[in-house]
Design a protein around this ligand. Structure first.
Ligand code: HEC
Ligand code: HEC
Ligand SMILES: [Ca+2]
Ligand SMILES: [Ca+2]
Ligand SMILES: [Ca+2]
Length: 463
C-alpha cells in the first residue's frame, strides 16, 4: 500500500519540478514537501488523532515512556489528600484539571464562547511594569489569573470577554468582518488590580512537533534574525532571551506565543505549576501569591507533587509527538497557493524549512522539517498587541506561529479559531489581523483576486 503511494507521489514530484522551475522552492519534491516533520518524525494520519501519534520509530523504552507520559497528560488531577496519591495535589488554584483539557487530543483550544463561564483553554498572563521596564508579578495575583480552585479556596477571578466588530474590504470590494476582543477580570477576590496591570490572553496551541523545534540549533534560528532590518524588507525578526530555570542563565526562548520559554521540559513544568497547580522538581513551590491565605494553608500532594521521573515521561511524551504529513501537496491550487505565500512575503517569517541537529532521540536528529516558522519575534502591530512584554518580547511582538498541521485543526479540535487568543474565526481572518512587520504581506493578500486568495487558503489547509 505504502509502496503504491510512494510511486504515485514520485510521479507528482516530476510534474512539480518541471512546472515550477522559476519558483523559489524547487529543490524539494512534493514527496519531501509532504513530510512536515522530516523523514523520521512525520506520520500519515488525517483523522482526529492526527496530532496524538508518536514518532513512527521509537525504542521500546521510549515507547513505554510515551505511553506513561500520555496517561499523565490526560490525567484529571484531584485535590490532596486523596486515596489515589499518584494523582493528587490539584491546585489550590488552577485553570484546568489536566493537560488535555486545554490541549484536547494534543491540539489547540478555542476561546470561551459564553461570557463569564470558566472555560478551558484560554488563560490570562498578568504583570505590572517593573522599575527596569521588565514585567513583574502582580501583587496578590502573581503572573497568571487562575480562574478555578479546589473546595475551600477562592479562585482569583473570572475572565469577561467583549467583542467589537471591525469591518473592512478587499481591494475587489468583497467585505469582511473581524471580531476584536477585549478582556476584563471580574469577581476579583484579592482586591483591585493595579491601574498599570498588563494582561496577555493566550489560548492553548497544539503541542506536537515541539521536540523537533527544540532540536533546531540556536545558530540556525539566529541566522534568520535581522533585528535592525539591514536587508530593508520591512521584516526584522528578533530572538527572545528568557530565564532558564535549570541553569538560572538566559537562554534562547522557543516555546509559547512569545517564545517565552526555553525548553519543552520547562514549558511542561510551568504548565503543571501555573495551569494545574502541580509542583515538580523545577517549580517546587505551590502557586500561592502573598495574601492568598486559604491557598497557602491548603494541603499539598507531596513535595514535589510530580517527581523527576514523571516529569521526564511527560516531557518525552510531548517531545515525541509526531507531525502529521501534508495532504494534496501536488494539487494545482495548493501549488499555486504555495507560490503566492512566497511572493507575498509570508515565508519571510513563516520559514518553510529548518534543519534539526543532534538529539538524544535519533528520529529527531538531522531532519529537514517544514514548520513554517522562524521561531523569532515579530512586531505584529497595534491590532494584535497585548501591551505585555515577556522576556525581550515587547507588547506587540509575537513568535511566528508554526503553520504545520494547521489544516487539520478543524478535524482534530472541531473549530477553526486561530491566533494567540483565538480571535480569528478562520484562516482568512488570521491573515487579515496581521499588521506591523506583516502589513505589506496583508496588503498584498487584500489585493489578490478572489481565486488567488482561495488558492492561498487551499495551500494553508494542505499543511
Ligand atoms: C489552562 C490551559 C492549559 C493547560 C491545562 C495546559 N496548557 Fe500547555 N499551553 C497553554 C497555553 C495558553 C500555552 C501557550 C503559553 C504561552 O504563550 O506562554 C501552552 C503551551 C504549551 C506548550 C508549547 C507549545 C508551543 O508551540 O510553544 C507545550 C509543550 C504545552 N503547553 C504542554 C502542556 C503540558 C504538558 C500540560 C500539562 C502539564 C499543559 N500544557 C497544560 C494552555 C494550557
Ligand atoms: C512579519 C512576520 C509575518 C509575516 C510576514 C506573516 N506572518 Fe503569519 N504570523 C506571524 C506571527 C507572529 C503570528 C502569530 C500572531 C498572533 O498570534 O498574534 C502569525 C500567525 C499566522 C497564522 C495563525 C497561526 C495560528 O497558529 O494561529 C496564520 C494562518 C498565518 N500567520 C498566515 C500567514 C500568511 C498567509 C501570511 C502572508 C499573507 C503571513 N502569515 C505573513 C508572523 C508573520
Ligand atoms: Ca498542588
Ligand atoms: Ca495567580
Ligand atoms: Ca529584514
Amino acid at each position: 500500500m505504502r509502496r503504491w503511494a510512494l510511486a504515485l507521489s514520485a510521479l507528482i514530484a516530476c510534474a512539480v519540478t518541471v512546472t515550477s522551475l522559476s519558483g523559489r522552492q524547487t529543490a524539494a519534491s512534493s514527496e519531501d514537501l509532504a513530510l512536515s516533520g522530516g523523514s523520521s518524525a512525520t506520520i500519515f494520519d488525517t483523522t482526529a488523532d492526527a496530532f496524538a501519534r508518536s514518532l513512527p520509530k521509537l525504542t521500546n523504552r521510549r515507547r513505554r515512556e510515551f505511553a506513561v507520559g500520555n496517561s499523565f497528560f490526560n490525567r484529571n488531577w484531584v485535590s490532596a489528600p486523596a486515596s489515589t496519591t499518584g494523582r493528587d495535589g490539584l491546585g489550590p488554584t488552577l485553570n484546568a484539571q489536566s493537560c488535555s483539557s486545554c490541549h484536547f487530543k494534543d491540539g489547540r483550544a478555542q476561546p470561551p464562547t459564553r461570557r463569564r463561564v470558566p472555560q478551558l483553554g484560554l488563560l490570562l498572563r498578568l504583570s505590572v511594569p517593573g522599575p527596569d521596564g521588565k514585567p513583574r508579578d502582580v501583587p496578590h495575583y502573581g503572573g497568571q489569573l487562575q480562574d478555578r480552585s479546589i473546595n475551600g479556596v477562592p479562585a482569583e477571578g473570572a475572565i469577561r470577554i467583549t467583542h467589537r466588530r471591525v469591518r473592512g474590504r478587499y481591494d475587489d470590494r468583497t467585505p469582511y468582518e473581524l471580531l476584536r476582543p477585549s478582556y476584563e477580570i471580574v469577581d476579583r477576590r484579592f482586591g483591585p488590580l493595579p491601574d498599570d496591570v498588563q494582561i496577555s490572553p493566550r489560548v492553548a496551541p497544539a503541542v506536537f512537533g515541539v521536540g523537533l523545534l527544540e532540536a533546531v540549533p540556536e545558530q540556525a534560528i539566529l541566522a534568520h534574525a535581522d533585528p535592525q532590518d539591514r536587508d530593508g524588507d520591512g521584516i526584522s525578526g528578533r530572538a527572545n532571551r528568557v530565564l532558564d530555570a535549570r541553569t538560572t542563565r538566559t537562554a534562547l526562548g522557543r516555546f509559547g506565543w512569545k517564545a517565552n520559554v526555553p525548553t519543552v521540559e520547562q514549558q511542561n513544568a510551568g504548565a503543571f505549576n501555573g495551569d494545574i497547580g502541580i509542583t515538580t522538581p523545577i517549580f517546587t513551590k505551590q502557586n500561592c501569591p502573598e495574601g492568598q491565605d486559604a491557598c497557602r494553608d491548603a494541603p499539598d500532594g507531596g513535595s514535589p507533587e510530580v517527581d523527576a521521573r514523571t516529569l521526564e515521561r511527560v516531557t518525552t511524551y510531548t517531545r515525541t509527538l509526531a507531525v502529521p504529513a501534508r495532504r494534496k501537496v501536488g494539487d494545482h491550487a495548493t501549488r499555486a497557493g504555495e507560490r503566492t505565500i512566497a511572493r507575498l512575503g509570508c515565508t519571510a517569517c513563516h520559514l518553510p524549512e529548518l534543519r534539526t541537529a543532534g538529539s538524544d532521540i535519533p528520529a529527531l536528529a538531522d531532519q529537514t522539517i517544514r514548520p513554517y516558522t522562524d521561531l523569532l519575534l515579530h512586531d505584529m502591530g497595534p491590532g494584535l498587541a497585548d501591551g505585555r512584554p515577556d522576556g525581550l518580547a515587547t507588547g506587540s511582538e509575537w513568535r511566528t506561529a508554526p503553520l504545520w498541521g494547521i489544516g487539520l485543526v478543524q478535524r482534530v479540535n472541531r473549530h477553526t479559531r486561530f491566533l494567540h487568543d483565538g480571535r480569528a474565526r478562520d484562516l482568512e481572518e488570521a491573515i487579515l489581523w496581521h499588521g506591523g512587520e506583516a502589513a505589506g504581506a496583508t496588503r498584498a493578500f487584500g489585493a489578490l483576486p478572489r481565486a488567488e486568495r482561495a488558492d492561498l487558503l487551499t495551500f494553508l489547509r494542505s499543511l
